[in-house]
Design a protein around this ligand. Structure first.
Ligand code: NAD
Length: 335
């Protein structure tokens, strides 16, 4: 029997989770929800997903000629687990609905850890969500930091990590936000990214700053980490090569920026041109004494998608071994 998954909020993250669920053999989509009759709603129907809408929006969808399967409450009733991909500020309202219906639910990184008390990253803490009713897949940036720092910390011990996050200002389908010709520092310091990493690795000493820049493709992190040991640069590269969902690239190969990193994803034939892995510049990794330096890039729209699949597997007790779940997800998604 396949686990029945509903996607509440069919936007940037929601539509990607829907595609990834569809690619797995142990889970299926029972519905996706949309609040307004947009091109994305029409596309959900075209793809064959049962489309559910809030009670008050049924008429607007009928007027737009988009056939709906029922209300969001109907969708919740039909699911074993809801992947909540709604924007912020709706979490308490929906949490009450999921709890009343006795359903499991996963939220995304826009929500606080306190909403669920459990946060998820497949490589770092798969088992913490085992059988849980509620969990949260951490944000794109936090997922990126965990993917690389978890393995490095396990092998060599991280005494202190100092990270600057160069943030994309908007997603590619967004024409509302900016900046479009400025660089905007986050002045509330340290930024929330460090504590978010600690929701999964509470022992890690990590400090973060962030600046927003006019680009839509990816975030870039500059990482400086003092290690407890002093491995060689090659030993660090080897750990990163073995870390799940981390892709080493080289500027000597022509991948000099996020532009070529995303072009590589398109050339690999990925759905929507997504780069699910964290891209680390192999020739930009350097050990000096016990200080490690590296750069990595995060495709904000897609790195968290395979994590959502593994989180479903852990919460629904479909696979006990984290490595087996990661491998199964990646195989199905072509990672
Ligand atoms: P989005 O705006 O692209 O999509 C949100 C969707 O929720 C839209 O389809 C909208 O129609 C729907 N929605 C709005 N109100 C609703 C309601 N009352 N009930 C049901 N659905 C409703 O947002 P997104 O970028 O996909 O972000 C979703 C979550 O994922 C947020 O927590 C965000 O922080 C997180 N996240 C976003 C990114 C990113 O870069 N876009 C990366 C990682 C995590």
């Amino acid at each position: 029997m396949k686990v029945k998954v509903a996607i509440n909020g069919y936007g940037t993250i929601g539509k990607r989770v829907a595609t990834a669920v569809n690619q797995q053999d142990d889970m299926e989509i029972v519905g996706v929800s949309k609040t307004r009759p947009t091109y994305e709603a029409r596309d959900a129907v075209r793809q064959g997903y049962p489309l559910y809408v809030p009670e008050g929006a049924v008429q607007a969808f009928a007027d737009a000629g988009i056939q709906v399967a029922g209300t969001v409450d109907d969708m919740i009733a039909a699911a074993d687990i809801i992947v909540d991909c709604t924007p912020g500020n709706l979490s308490e309202e929906y949490k009450a609905k999921y709890a009343a219906a006795g359903k499991k639910a996963i939220w995304q990184g826009g929500e606080d850890h306190s909403l669920t008390g459990i946060s998820f990253n497949a490589a770092a803490n798969y088992k913490e969500s085992w059988g849980a009713q509620f969990s949260r897949v951490v944000s794109c940036n936090t997922t990126g930091l965990l993917r690389t720092l978890f393995g490095i910390d396990r092998e060599f011990g991280v005494r202190n990590a100092y990270v600057t996050i160069i943030r994309r200002s908007a997603d590619p389908n967004d024409s509302k936000t900016g900046p479009i010709n400025a660089i905007e520092p986050s002045v509330k310091l340290p930024t929330h990214h460090g504590p978010d990493v600690q929701s999964i690795m509470p022992w890690l000493s990590i400090s973060t700053m962030a600046v927003k820049v006019p680009t839509t493709l990816m975030h870039v992190h500059t990482v400086v980490a003092e290690l407890k040991e002093a491995p060689t640069t090659e030993q660090v590269k080897e750990v990163l090569r073995r870390s799940p969902r981390v892709r080493l690239v080289s500027s000597r190969d022509g991948i000099k920026s996020t532009a070529q990193a995303m072009d590589l994803a398109r050339e690999l034939g990925r759905t929507r041109g997504d780069m699910f892995e964290i891209v680390v510049w192999e020739d930009g990794i350097k050990m000096v004494g016990n200080t490690l330096y590296y750069y990595q890039a995060v495709n904000q729209e897609s790195d968290v998608i395979p994590e959502n699949i593994d989180c479903i597997r852990s919460m629904c007790k479909l696979e006990e071994d984290p490595a087996a779940s990661i491998a199964k997800t990646d195989r199905a998604m072509g990672i």
